[in-house]
Design a protein around this ligand. Structure first.
Ligand SMILES: [Zn+2]
Length: 96
């Protein structure tokens, strides 16, 4: 699906496999640079709803502000996901 972040568009995909990180773990998410063509945001399929939410928040922050510090993005995504869960937000399976 095509998603919009501050006037730029990414193809948001849920994928079984994502690239390996430098420490060997498989990434939970991936966001292409906002100025690249054909850019994608990829979210690993099959994670818990909470991990999917925080990964979506994390990767969308990269798209919105590529210069933002990784530690800030990670902490903010975790905190916002917890707040949303406390407020009752939960994933509802999408019907095709
Ligand atoms: Zn990141």
């Amino acid at each position: 699906m095509i998603v919009n972040l501050l006037g730029k568009h990414w193809d948001l995909q849920f994928c079984k496999k994502l690239p390996r990180l430098s420490d060997g773990r498989q990434a939970r998410g991936w966001c292409d640079h906002p100025d690249s063509t054909g850019k994608t945001i990829k979210i690993r399929d099959g994670m818990s709803d909470f991990d999917t939410l925080r990964t979506l928040i994390h990767e969308c922050q990269h798209g919105a502000d590529w210069t933002r510090d990784e530690d800030f993005i990670d902490r903010f995504a975790d905190d916002l996901a917890v707040i949303m869960e406390l407020c009752g937000w939960k994933r509802v399976p999408k019907e095709d």
